[in-house]
Design a protein around this ligand. Structure first.
Ligand code: THU
Length: 157
């Protein structure tokens, strides 16, 4: 047996001024959009915003249900909407925000990572992932696959 090491490269920072103007707009719009979250059970308001290859910004939130497992995360609300409504466009980047007093950004759940991966694989172009905290700190991954080492995808089927 041999030891193996998986390394993931990411960037972190604490001022969104470091991003270009259009990415700053994406981040600001995504943060504002958290007020649309429907999360009466968890009170955990999540928003996600993405930028298409034509510069259009599309946003989504988590949407909960009294039958808890029926709830859907912000990322998957957004990705399902985008895949359905903009089938010809590629996604350049996605920003994810949690409206809670936390000093660090909140990484997406495993199901959302798998969903992000599927969309990234399908479009054969990396989607940058920007995680933003309420305190203003952020983490940036070059691509969705970086969030899911040893991923399962359709190539083995
Ligand atoms: N949630 C998201 O929207 N995205 C994630 O990646 C993790 C969790 C939502 C689901 C639920 O409405 C609430 O956060 C608490 O789990």
């Amino acid at each position: 047996m041999e030891d193996k090491l998986i390394q993931v490269k990411y960037k972190e920072g604490n001022s969104i001024e470091a991003f270009d103007d259009s990415t700053q707009s994406l981040i600001r719009e995504t943060i504002e959009f958290a007020s649309n979250a429907y999360a009466p059970y968890s009170n955990f308001h999540v928003s996600a915003g993405l930028m298409l290859d034509n510069g259009k910004i599309v946003k989504g939130t988590n949407v909960e249900n009294a039958s808890y497992p029926v709830s859907i995360c912000a990322e998957r609300t957004l990705l399902s909407h985008t895949v359905s409504n903009y089938p010809k466009n590629k996604i350049q980047k996605i920003a994810i925000y949690v409206d809670k007093d936390l000093s660090e950004p909140v990484p997406p759940c495993g199901v959302c990572r798998q969903t992000l991966l599927e969309v990234e694989k399908r479009q054969a172009q990396p989607i940058e992932v920007i995680l933003i905290s309420k305190s203003g700190t952020y983490i940036v991954f070059e691509k969705c696959a970086d969030l899911l080492p040893l991923y399962f995808d359709g190539e083995v089927l």
